[in-house]
Ligand binder design. Sequence first.
Ligand code: ZN
Length: 130
Amino acid sequence: MTDKIEKLKASCHCGSIRLNIVLDKPISEIVRCNCSICSKNKGFGMLCVQNDKVTVVEGFESVTEYVFNTTEAPHFFCIICGTHTHHKSRNNPVKICVNVACIDDFNIANYKGVIKNFDGINHPRDLYNN
Ligand SMILES: [Zn+2]
């Protein structure tokens, strides 16, 4: 019996950074977050997967990292086109969240799965809320 494996490709706008994503099933949940950085980045959706399922396969030299606040969740951007391709999950540090807008051949208009809202502005790992 063979497992169904989904292999996705993702890239930044200029194509410098290319990612491969391996899933054991089609995309069934996208996360949208309202934290300070997600809301400034067009409120994009994320596909959050185990970090060993995402690989940067091209464009390492174009990847830059932005860290802020607790520094637990570096966000990765293309130095040429500015696209935010992925970041390390702060909520679940063994996960990488990929910007679904970067996934090749993925059209949010055709997506029928779950869109989960994450209240990042009141992050569960923050010691206090303000
Ligand atoms: Zn780029």
